[in-house]
Design a protein around this ligand. Sequence first.
Ligand code: FES
Length: 103
Amino acid sequence: METFRLRLHRFDPKHDSAPRYEEYEIESDGPLSVMQAICRVYDTVDGTLSLRNTDCRRGVCGICSMMIDGRRRLACTCVAQDGMTIGPPPNRKVIKDLVFEMD
Ligand code: FES
């Protein structure tokens, strides 16, 4: 079993004065995509985390585009690694946490 630490963007414009990053720890017995790792945080650690769920998860729809360690990448095709920092793209208005306005 491997342990991953992820720093995830948290922000609720209705209640928070500023965005922050929170660190979460999850376990996995094999490689996870960033999207799978975020979903695992939601399922096992913090169900208050907001994320956009989608059935695609194979790099087609683009809905999971995020800033991952400072680079814009698709969370469903990027392999999660210990210590990653994940947030919304810089040019998008955040609705909550990892959910942002789409065009
Ligand atoms: S979920 Fe569609 S591109 Fe990632």
